[in-house]
Design a protein around this ligand. Structure first.
Ligand code: ASP
Ligand code: MG
Length: 436
């Protein structure tokens, strides 16, 4: 059974929903994972924010505007009275539910329940549309099998057991539709896998059912070798390894949710990135295979802060790095890049919420310098043993660009460099010219 995930733009209008039918209608058994219609989750966030702020009238206006939008979509989507009426009732239920939050105090759990409405709507709307076309499908409730544990990480064991039980109820069905993004938490409350989490739902389901392939359908023709918004001549990468894909997703290639590669990688399930606007295009295949020494792609991540921690005590000492890392651990701040010399260590972070407190604590053990507005540019490929002078090629391309940090050898498939964000564009263009 394959898993096919369609993002918000792929269900973003009545026309786009209709266009999904030929992509999913075939005898091959599959599970379809949908995002909310594009823009919906942002609107739900706004609604929740105004409820938090006690702006009841504003919340009402936002809910009404969103409902109007959905009414227009269903008017266009359904031809037969019976299905249109059913869809009208669907909207009534979900929008009444939203309005009900205006009646009393608003809590964080309720916010999550609000955020879940987009995926619940989009999946039911596609399910009705398929019925109208005479295509039978089963609506699988994600809330009955998707779950995160107390650590807020997905509980794959639970997901596996429970989705199998759900699927087992329909031995004859071969087309299932379910919600991306939404789940329950360790307390059984409605929760979610964080923004962009529908990709993660798809790879978790794929892993849980040991699917033969997971397809992520978007409106781009795969993962590009460089940022198409900045560099002119980019092209889709046809094949990527899981490790390469994880690096790229984390370092800014917006097409994939950063941690979604993991479940597929653990169970060696290939992930294919495909384009709904160009279904015949090859897209990008992510699998275990690595095709030898090469440069695969470049991506950049902005908003990086570098911290240089310098101490005479680091010289010939052990335990110094532990003391440094413990500070970041106490403030739950992940470190991205790290380089060391004999007397200093530089690290980068992208969460600066606790930066002041971190600096204060570091200053107790060392002198500290902070640089802001930096970008990590990550060059991904296979550089095992680097017999072909990959490093030379990279740095030759960057001849004229001032570099703050270099990280090489942490893994065989990534070289990261840190530059001022004002030099990011130049850096990406220079690498495009020098490497591809
Ligand atoms: N609808 C959610 C969001 O906009 C999840 C997703 O689309 O992946 O973040
Ligand atoms: Mg997405």
């Amino acid at each position: 059974m394959k898993v096919l995930k369609f993002g918000g733009t792929s269900v973003g209008s009545a026309e786009r929903i209709k266009n999904l039918v030929p992509l999913i209608h075939s005898p091959e058994p599959k599970i379809i994972v949908l995002s909310a219609m594009s823009g919906t989750t942002n609107k739900l966030v706004e609604i929740a924010q105004s409820l938090y702020a006690g702006e009841n009238e504003k919340a009402k206006a936002l809910i009404d505007a969103l409902e109007k939008h959905y009414q227009a979509v269903i008017r266009e989507l359904y031809k037969k009275e019976e299905y249109y009426t059913q869809a009208k009732e669907l909207l009534r239920t979900h929008f009444d539910y939203l309005h009900a939050f205006r009646m009393d105090m608003f809590t964080a759990n309720e916010e999550k329940a609000i955020l879940a409405q987009g995926e619940l709507l989009s999946t039911a709307m596609l399910h009705y549309h398929l019925s109208e076309q005479g295509i039978s499908s089963v609506l699988l409730p994600a809330l009955s099998f998707m779950r995160i544990g107390e650590d807020e990480e997905p509980d794959l064991k639970y997901i596996e057991t429970n989705i199998r039980a759900e699927l087992g109820k329909y031995p004859k069905a071969n087309l299932f539709i379910t919600q991306g993004y939404i789940c329950r938490n360790a307390f059984g409350e409605i929760d979610n896998l964080k923004r962009g989490g529908s990709d993660y739902t798809a790879t978790l389901i794929g892993a849980a059912i040991r699917s033969e392939e997971i397809q992520i359908w978007t409106d781009i023709d795969g993962m590009h070798n460089n940022d198409p918004r900045i560099v002119d001549k980019t092209h889709p990468v046809t094949e990527l390894s899981f490790d390469e894909a994880a690096e790229l997703a984390y370092f800014g290639a917006k097409i994939l949710h950063p941690t979604c590669v993991l479940p597929a990688q653990q169970r060696r399930i290939p992930v294919r990135l495909l384009n709904t606007m160009q279904p015949e295009a090859r897209g990008t295949l992510i699998s275990e295979t690595i095709s030898g020494q090469r440069f695969t792609a470049v991506a950049a991540k902005d908003g990086i802060t570098a911290i240089k921690i310098k101490s005479g005590r680091m010289l010939l000492a052990y335990g110094f790095l532990r003391a440094v890392f413990e500070v970041f651990e106490r403030y739950k701040t992940p470190i991205d890049m790290i380089t060391t010399s004999e007397v200093a260590v530089s690290v980068t972070i992208d969460q600066v919420k606790n930066l002041d407190a971190i600096i204060r604590e570091l200053e107790e053990i060392a002198s500290v310098e902070v640089d802001k507005d930096l970008s990590i540019v990550c060059i991904v490929g296979s550089f095992a043993a680097d017999r072909e002078g990959s490093a030379l090629k990279i740095f030759e391309s960057l001849r004229s660009i001032p570099i703050r940090m270099i990280s090489y050898g942490g893994s065989e498939y990534n070289v990261s460099i840190l530059v001022k964000s004002e030099h990011k564009k130049e850096t990406l263009m220079a690498l495009n010219k020098g490497l591809f």
